[in-house]
Design a protein around this ligand. Structure first.
Ligand SMILES: NC(=O)c1ccc[n+]([C@@H]2O[C@H](COP(=O)([O-])OP(=O)(O)OC[C@H]3O[C@@H](n4cnc5c(N)ncnc54)[C@H](OP(=O)(O)O)[C@@H]3O)[C@@H](O)[C@H]2O)c1
Length: 259
């Protein structure tokens, strides 16, 4: 009947094949104890990459990660920790080919009530940390035959966020912009730099959003289902891999929605 929403009978996710896009690459993944970070580390190790998985304690120690992943604890709110991290990872892995800036924090608060610390928290972890990590990673990536940086952003970078998350949206929009700036500067060095906008995923971060907003975000998916984590990890690792050798400066949109 006109005006009524059509019933949804989503197809399940397809069976995904084994691939080896990042085999042999040395990768640093931040936020490795989080939902997407764990998915990335698991898939990268499965494909034969050497992975430095970083996070802060106690989350990192408690995270279920493949035993082949090297855990490096670092609090990304600390600028010195950010600047030393790529070197620590390169020492542990024998070099560095790929940096995935995945860690982030989300504060939900009405704009009028935001404290200075809440405003700066997202900036410190979601924007300053990736910037310092990109700077510190550059000399190591210059030595790589397939260097790439993937900065994980959010639809909030484009639409301001779904639920009173201004500092998060600001930080992600900044990360989107600086990705393009760095892609221009690092391009002549052969280093690809891109951003990736992931879909809605169940995670610690999402528990900060209201149930109504969580439901709205879920139903925005065009395929009528949530993404499986491996689908997100595969797209991210493809973008980071030499198979995407001319992909730089752009945003890989794996949101599965139009926002
Ligand atoms: N989930 C979604 O629906 C969604 C949608 C769009 C974009 N994203 C983006 O996807 C990425 C992954 O998010 P997720 O869903 O996997 O969230 P998550 O499960 O909350 O993971 C975020 C990770 O970042 C870490 N982190 C936070 N502050 C840190 C700090 N100061 N130092 C080091 N690590 C820190 C967290 O560690 P602790 O456990 O110690 O806090 C956690 O492991 C983020 O960039 C996020 O913005 C997520």
């Amino acid at each position: 009947m006109a005006g009524e929403p059509e019933p949804r009978h989503p197809k399940p996710a397809p069976t995904l094949p084994d691939v080896d896009w990042v085999s042999g690459l040395r990768m640093l993944v931040t936020g490795a104890a989080g939902a997407m970070g764990r998915g990335l580390v698991e898939e990268a190790v499965r494909q034969g990459a050497s992975v430095a998985a970083t996070g802060r304690e106690p989350s990192l120690g408690a995270a279920e990660l493949p035993s082949a992943a090297i855990r490096i604890a670092a609090d990304l709110a600390d600028p010195a920790a950010c600047s030393s991290l790529p070197g620590r990872a390169a020492d542990a892995l024998g070099g560095l080919d790929v940096l995935i800036n995945n860690a982030a924090v989300l504060v939900r608060r009405s704009f009028a009530d935001l404290s200075l610390d809440e405003l700066e928290q997202a900036w410190r972890v979601n924007l300053r940390a990736p910037v310092l990590l990109m700077q510190a990673a550059r000399p190591h990536l210059e030595q790589s035959r397939a260097p790439a940086i993937v900065n994980v952003i959010s639809t909030a970078a484009f639409n301001g966020g779904v639920d009173r998350v201004a500092p998060y949206a600001m930080s992600k929009a900044g990360l989107l912009a600086v990705t393009k700036s760095v892609a221009k500067e690092f391009g002549p060095l052969g280093i690809r730099v891109l951003s990736l906008s992931p879909p809605s995923m169940e995670s610690q971060m999402r528990t900060h959003l209201s149930p109504e907003v969580n439901e709205r975000v879920r139903t925005a998916a065009l395929l009528g289902r949530m993404a499986e984590m491996r689908e997100v990890a595969l797209t991210t690792l493809f973008a980071a891999s030499p198979y995407a050798s001319f992909l730089t400066g752009s945003t890989v949109d794996v949101t599965g929605s139009i926002v």
